[in-house]
Design a protein around this ligand. Structure first.
Ligand code: FES
Ligand code: FES
Length: 164
């Protein structure tokens, strides 16, 4: 069985699994990291959104064999450690998660880890470009919320981006 090595939430992990198994199942079923949710499995719903090397991606669409040993995968579990301790909020979380809590965004919660990971990647991209988030930027987030919490999500993204 091939051995797959990559960095997960700051630690190098190695797992024996076939090259064509998609990363979402390796994370959830082999490594017990269940923050990335299984919604569609075909790169549509975005419930599994995580980061690879700081950019948003969907692990349900990536065969684990495509990862390199120095690829850094971050899931919602590893998000707080992406910022310095002093930038974390009163719950010890990433500023985007704190904005989410303050605005009471989730309803059932299923889509929310993916929403937050997409939001952080967007806020970081906009910051690199030296500008503020626009309505058009918010429209680029395609994560589906079956509970329809979109208004609160959009408000929290702007709030969280300002705190980052
Ligand atoms: S489960 Fe990955 S995009 Fe739907
Ligand atoms: S909060 Fe229920 S799916 Fe988004």
């Amino acid at each position: 069985m091939p051995r797959q090595t990559f960095i997960l939430n700051g630690k190098t992990v190695t797992v024996d699994v076939a090259d064509d198994v998609r990363l979402l199942w390796v994370l959830r079923d082999r490594l017990g990291v269940t923050g990335p949710k299984y919604g569609c499995g075909i790169n549509v719903c975005k419930a599994c959104t995580s980061h690879i090397n700081g950019k948003a991606f969907n692990p349900c669409a990536v065969p684990v064999g495509k990862l390199k040993p120095d690829d850094e995968i971050t899931t919602i579990e590893g998000l707080p450690k992406q910022v310095a301790k002093k930038k974390r909020g009163e719950h010890g979380l990433h500023p985007m998660q704190e904005a989410w809590l303050d605005r009471d965004v989730p309803q059932c919660g299923y889509c929310q880890p993916g929403q937050i990971m997409a939001a952080v990647a967007l806020a970081a991209k906009v910051r690199r470009e030296g500008r503020e988030i626009t309505e058009a930027d918010l429209d680029t987030i395609r994560n589906i919320c079956r509970c329809g919490t979109y208004t609160r999500i959009r408000e929290a993204i702007v709030d969280g981006a300002e705190r980052m």
